[in-house]
Design a binder for this molecule. Structure first.
Ligand code: NAD
Ligand code: UD1
Length: 368
């Protein structure tokens, strides 16, 4: 059996950002196919995706490092592109277990690229992170800022970016987008899918919402002596549906680039002109490296009060020590995403809090 309908492979598609992107893709008329080993997600998310969209995307429980199993997916579906969310993402865990992080994240990407290359599928969107910038010398952060991730997780992201750039340099038939996410929060407005961290949440929004729903007693605010408006850390929180739509915009950008095919033509032209061979013009924008953020930051205390307003709940909090490795402020320069992709985040902080709260209050213990 081979499905002839053109499909988009979504690795890590049952996870938080992947599941929201699957919904956005289906709504836009694409056919996503999910591959996930369920190491950090639950199969029940598929029922929820089906309830929201009326469609149940094909799902394969496969570890990305299993090349033979992955290849079967490419034999079964006519895949035109992959969006690669699959990976481990907990910073603290990556410090404690670096080998597991390097092995999982890098090997998964290599395996995916090998299979894609063998099957002639050379359009790839990769989930990178603002963590690759480390502690920025100034904000907002532009894509050409120095890269200096401060932990093994962040280094896997940077290494993968470098691997993908080398791959593109070796074979310009690849179309590659490196999307650097800022802080994804919120949930689908239906409240049916959302972020479901197992165990103790590391990130601010899941923690706040678990306090609101009574799963945790109070929020620890990690430091109040940062050089920010109220002394607490400032981040660029972006609604996960805006982020999902950013992936659609990147995909469309690459599809358009191919249909106009200026790049391939240009590359061919360049072959006859040795001077320009080393710098074909397309290299300015592909691999596409784009920040996905809103371009503005909110402090921890601003997030707490916005959440209290929306939920009607009081969020008890106390100031504690700074968390090691944290930085004062981190927010995106979002100009390139607007210029190149025609994409900007449109949902407000109130939307982010309201949608998080709807998901959390309807699913106090997460997915069944
Ligand atoms: P998530 O953990 O919810 O989703 C990742 C999915 O990948 C999970 O479902 C997990 O089971 C799967 N996975 C992990 N290793 C795998 C493997 N070897 N084979 C198959 N599946 C595997 O995380 P998320 O928040 O949705 O993040 C998605 C991507 O975006 C990740 O690559 C993450 O590093 C990146 N990112 C996330 C954030 C964030 O704050 N959530 C920020 C920047 C970048
Ligand atoms: C974390 C990751 C980073 C990742 C990013 C996006 C760390 C050290 N960094 O960064 O690699 O790219 O998420 O998902 O984990 N805070 C509290 N109390 C809490 C939790 C957080 O005060 O219980 C504060 C933090 O100090 C920070 C802000 O809230 O100022 C946001 O924290 P968090 O959600 O963990 O995101 P990042 O620190 O940006």
């Amino acid at each position: 059996f081979r499905c002839l309908m053109s499909s988009i492979l979504i690795t890590g598609g049952s996870g938080y950002i992947g599941s929201h992107t699957v919904v956005a893709l289906i709504s836009a008329g694409y056919n996503p196919v999910i591959v996930d080993n369920l190491s950090n997600s639950k199969i029940t998310v598929l029922d929820r995706i089906e309830t929201i969209t009326g469609k149940r995307p094909p799902f394969y429980q496969i570890d990305l490092r299993d090349r033979a199993a992955l290849d079967v997916v490419f034999q079964t579906h006519s895949i035109s592109a992959a969006i690669h969310f699959g990976g481990l993402k907990a910073v603290g865990e990556s410090v404690a277990e670096p080998l597991r992080y390097y092995e999982n994240n890098i090997e998964s990407t290599l395996s995916l690229c090998f299979v894609m290359a063998a099957r002639g599928v050379k359009r790839l969107v990769f989930s990178s992170s603002a963590t690759v910038y480390g502690d920025p010398h100034t904000v907002p952060i532009r894509e050409d800022f120095p890269l200096a991730p401060a932990n093994p997780y962040g280094r896997t992201k940077l290494m993968i970016e470098q691997i993908l750039q080398d791959l593109y340099a070796a074979d310009p038939a690849w179309q590659i987008a490196l999307l650097r996410y800022f802080n994804p929060v919120g949930a689908h407005p239906s409240g049916l899918i959302g972020e479901d961290p197992g165990g103790h949440p590391n990130n601010l929004m899941p923690y706040i919402s678990q306090v609101a729903v009574g799963r945790r007693e109070r929020l620890s605010v990690f430091g109040s002596d940062y050089p920010t408006t109220d002394g607490t850390g400032v981040r660029d929180y972006i609604h996960v549906m805006d982020l999902a739509e950013g992936h659609l915009a990147a995909l469309r950008y690459m599809e358009k680039a191919e249909s106009l095919s200026p790049q391939r033509q240009e590359y061919k032209l360049n072959l006859s002109s040795p001077d320009s061979l080393s710098f074909p013009r397309r290299r300015e924008s592909i691999p596409l490296i784009v920040n996905l953020g809103t371009g503005r930051g909110y402090s921890v205390l601003e997030m707490v009060s916005a959440f209290e307003k929306v939920s009607g709940k009081t969020i008890p909090w106390q100031i504690t020590d700074r968390r090691p490795g944290d930085i004062a402020a981190c927010y995106a320069d979002a100009i390139r995403a607007k210029d190149l992709l025609g994409w900007t985040a449109s949902r407000t902080l109130t939307d982010m809090c309201a949608d998080t709260w709807r998901w959390q209050s309807q699913n106090p213990a997460g997915y069944p």
